[in-house]
Ligand binder design. Structure first.
Ligand SMILES: Nc1ncnc2c1ncn2[C@@H]1O[C@H](COP(=O)(O)OP(=O)(O)OP(=O)(O)O)[C@@H](O)[C@H]1O
Ligand SMILES: [Mg+2]
Length: 322
């Protein structure tokens, strides 16, 4: 196991009152999440916009501090690391963002962008240059691209630059936060193939964030479905797609268009808008949208409960029928 999180939470205070000086509540962006990822494995994290996926990714890589809960990385509790240990751990954990290009400094060359993390870590100019020449072909770019500027590249190529940059320090763990969501469908597959090839080659461990279950189907070993700051179902990929149990997972899956043209699919649309992380519903947070809601769902929050060796779900209905 490379990474394990327990009861992880991130709450943001909501300022209120006339001058905004009072705290009137909290956005429960992540609200008690536990899972682990094995070395070399890809865990996909899926859910609608605002359910807390990116916040989870940032908590894991310690870009933000949790309100509660723990993160263990390679058997070390992150909050107990001293400054040197934390710096070393951070190098081993990197992020690939959606539309990496928009965050690049437009005045930096591709070579400088890719080398920046190494440069900041104190590597010599010669080492940086050598590493860039090593990385460019690995991500499918040419050596001569090093002196060009990011605006000269397509979205897919800019994602490749972002991936090279994330790999510069030879990380073990990479959070891929919607890495292909801003790309044309035709380019998505290429970038996903690149990520899986790099994973095999370097034994990388991925947390792969996406709102799209279709994208995740090709890359995930296991899938965790998130709703309003909580994991409602987690399973190995085959089980999740073949025998989803949580009504929310089923609704998300039925929203995925069928592969065969003309294939008929029973629709269980996700009904209604996602409730707000600012005012999380009582009991099961999904009860306001669930077609199977029972009285207990309005009052008691269901725990994530094991249904099988690699399958857990947090749903009263599933738990009573099992
Ligand atoms: N710095 C912040 N301050 C206040 N609220 C925040 C902050 N960051 C995130 N949130 C809120 O926390 C919730 C979760 O946000 P997050 O970005 O993790 O969602 P997400 O699942 O990544 O969504 P998307 O699919 O749109 O990227 C949202 O309600 C968001 O508005
Ligand atoms: Mg996000």
């Amino acid at each position: 196991m490379l990474i394990r999180v327990d009861n992880l939470a991130k709450h943001y205070p909501i300022a209120g009152g006339f001058f905004g000086h009072r705290t009137v509540g909290a956005v429960r962006a992540v609200d008690g999440v536990s899972f682990s990822i094995d070395r070399g494995e890809t865990l996909a994290l899926v859910g609608e916009s605002g359910c807390g996926k990116s916040t989870t990714g940032r908590l894991l890589t310690r870009l933000i501090e949790p309100t509660a809960g723990t993160v263990r990385f390679d058997n070390m509790e992150i909050s107990e690391m001293d400054a040197g240990e934390l710096r070393a751990a951070r190098r081993r954990m990197q992020l690939v963002f959606q539309d990496a290009g928009s965050s690049f400094n437009p005045r930096m060359t591709v070579g400088a962008l890719i080398a920046e993390p190494m440069h900041l870590a104190g590597a010599s100019a010669a080492d940086c240059k050598a590493r860039v020449q090593e990385l460019l072909p690995l991500v499918g770019l040419a050596a001569e691209h090093t002196d060009r500027y990011p605006h000269e590249f397509s979205g897919g190529q800019r994602q490749r630059i972002g991936i090279a940059r994330a790999l510069a320090l030879r990380p073990d763990f990479v959070v891929c936060d919607e890495p292909v969501s801003a790309l044309d469908v035709s380019v998505q597959a290429q970038v996903i193939n690149l990520l899986t090839r790099l994973q095999r080659e370097f034994g990388l461990t991925y947390l792969f964030i996406s709102h799209d279950l279709r994208v995740v189907r090709h890359v995930a070993d296991r899938v965790a479905v998130m709703y309003l700051g909580r994991i409602v179902e987690i399973a190995d990929k085959a089980t999740l797609y073949k025998a989803p149990q949580h009504p929310y997972t089923r609704a998300l899956l039925s929203a995925v268009p069928a592969h065969r043209p003309g294939a008929v699919r029973k629709k269980t649309e996700v009904v209604g808008e996602i409730a707000s992380a600012r005012a999380v519903p009582s009991g099961c947070r999904y009860h306001t949208r669930c077609p199977y809601v029972m009285p207990i769902c309005r009052t008691e929050e269901p725990e994530l409960t094991e249904l099988g060796a690699t399958h857990s779900s947090a749903c009263h209905l599933v738990q009573t029928s099992h």
